[in-house]
Write a protein that binds this ligand. Structure first.
Ligand code: PHE
Length: 525
């Protein structure tokens, strides 16, 4: 049908050079012209197909047509109610008048009710005694005739007034229709052979490409979605947080060493050697090799002394020092181990060490001013992986990412830390923050940071922070009035909140649905 119709349109154009009214076409297999709405829809399909090949051009015209309702169709067939009433009655003086009850039986309740009044109004029937009789021998049932005309042409020659009346009587309804004028397009031909869509090797060797007709590119067509790489949600949030640090003037710390020694992960941070965090239950230890190389001996001595006997105004832990414990290798349990390395480097000049060349930019202090004693203020951050020997559940894994920052400067106070936290979390989209005193072996005072979570409607812990202890900073060689504050938070928690993820296994690991990764929007705090 589709092919035949396209051929008919092309042949008609070939013969008449244009089609002025598509309603005049007689569709293949039909006898009557295509005046119906459905027929024009079929024609439109064929026209669009030919238009895409530029074989034709067409314009759309709109018309309002009328179609009969079920009642209208029955009147077109059997006459109006008033005509049916009239037909059921005897001519005046030639029979027994029909009573209203009898009429109902003859033509049905509905027709009797509606038809009676109209037949009277038209002067077709009259009363005689108790009943009705015809008062005229012939009638002109215009309603039936009008409806028949509408049925075949979609409209009425006599005009809008009658149409409006028939609409009001719910015998017809108006329909928006369309029809088309058609003319030849630049690629007009009477052949409907499909144009080629691909240039093939065969066409090139046979030379068929020279005469082949090719389908035009459709630049309006939507492309197939590309399956390119997609950034994982954690990487998106990580990048966003990284940008917050960078815009606040922080430098990124190198954090590539997942394996640390007990010394850097704990001792340097003044974590007692008996602390439960060092337990096998909390920390993954490395069995091969089991021990680290020794740290710089002077620093090692200062650290072991402050633990065992106390120094710098501190009484220390007064517990025997274990070199074995200090040299154990482990997977770092926090990125504060990396911060310790960096702070130790930052204090190098204060210890009077000569540093190769300019002091490098590994501490992010290239532009900071040395105060004469070798100290330069620094703001450092890192976002990287840490490992804890935890029981895994919906919100805990044995490895996760920590976001960490440290700020080192003279005379920094706790208010600076709190003020800084507010600014930092505000940039992460967290407006309401609260602080609660907490305990860390390496900071005093220490503060847990809570944020109000509007979705959960409660305060949730989002980070841990504090002012690093002199027991940690002074063995490194920092001048007494240098203060360092720092804080840490997990990367997974804000990511889960951001993307509405409840189970960490849909964020990390082999159960991550790949569509989540492909479809997750960029994050903006
Ligand atoms: N290391 C702490 C943690 O793992 C975070 C922290 C970093 C706290 C720096 C204070 C200072 O929770």
């Amino acid at each position: 049908m589709a092919e035949a119709l396209q051929q008919l349109i092309l042949d008609t154009l070939d013969a008449q050079s244009s089609i002025k009214d598509s309603r005049a076409l007689v569709l293949p297999g039909q006898k009557e012209p295509a005046t119906s709405h459905e027929a024009q829809i079929t024609i439109l399909g064929a026209l669009n197909s030919l238009l895409s090949r530029e074989m034709i051009k067409y314009e759309t015209r709109e018309v309002f047509t009328h179609v009969l309702t079920a009642e209208g169709a029955s009147i077109a067939k059997e006459g109006s109610h008033e005509a049916r009433v009239w037909s059921a009655l005897p001519v005046k003086g030639q029979g027994t008048p029909v009573t209203p009850q009898q009429l109902k039986k003859l033509v049905g309740d509905e027709t009797a009710k509606v038809g009676q009044g109209r037949a009277f109004k038209n002067g077709w029937i009259g009363k005689e005694g108790d009943g009705f009789v015809k008062t005229t021998n012939t009638i002109n049932d215009t309603t039936q005739l009008d409806l028949q005309e509408i049925e075949s042409t979609g409209t009425l020659k006599t005009g809008e007034k009658v149409l409006a009346d028939l609409r009001k009587r719910k015998l017809i309804i108006q329909k928006k229709g369309q029809w088309f004028t058609v003319s030849k397009g630049p690629e007009f031909s009477t052949s409907t052979a499909k144009p080629e869509t691909d240039l093939t090797a065969d066409m090139l060797t046979s030379g068929a490409w020279k005469t082949a007709k090719f389908k035009k590119y459709n630049f309006e067509a939507e492309g197939i979605p590309t399956n390119g790489g997609a950034l994982h949600m954690l990487l998106k949030v990580r990048e966003e947080i990284r940008n917050i640090f960078l815009e606040m003037g922080f430098a990124e710390m190198p954090t590539q060493s997942y394996v640390e020694s007990g010394f850097w992960c704990f001792d340097a941070l003044f974590v007692p050697q008996q602390h439960p965090a060092r337990d096998l239950q909390d920390t993954f230890y490395i069995s091969d090799p089991p021990h680290s190389l020794p740290p710089e001996p002077e620093y090692y001595k200062r650290v072991s002394t402050v633990h065992e006997h106390g120094a710098y105004g501190s009484t220390g832990y007064r517990a025997p020092w274990s070199h074995e414990e200090s040299s154990k290798l482990l997977l770092r349990t926090h990125t504060t181990a990396s911060s310790a390395h960096m702070l130790y480097k930052l204090a190098a000049k204060c210890r009077g060490e000569k540093i190769d060349g300019e002091d490098g930019d590994y501490t992010g202090t290239k532009t900071a001013v040395d105060s004469g004693d070798g100290f330069k203020p620094a703001k450092l951050f890192s976002i990287d992986r840490v490992f804890r020997n935890e029981t895994m559940d919906a919100t805990h894994l044995a490895e996760f990412h920590q976001v960490e920052g440290v700020v080192a400067d003279r005379n920094v106070t706790l208010s600076d830390l709190i003020g800084f936290m507010r600014v930092f979390f505000k940039k992460m989209g967290i407006e309401k923050v609260r602080f609660k005193p907490a305990y860390n072996p390496y900071t005093e005072p220490s503060l847990e940071i809570f944020a109000f979570h509007p979705m959960l409607d409660k305060w949730v812990e989002v980070g841990n922070s504090g002012m690093f202890r002199p027991e940690m900073l002074e063995p490194m060689g920092f001048p007494k009035d240098v203060r360092v504050h720092g804080w840490g938070l997990s990367l997974e928690r804000p990511t889960m909140i951001r993307y509405g993820i409840n189970n960490i296994r849909t964020l990390v690991g082999h159960k991550v649905p790949i569509e989540n990764v492909e479809n997750s929007p960029a994050v903006r705090f």
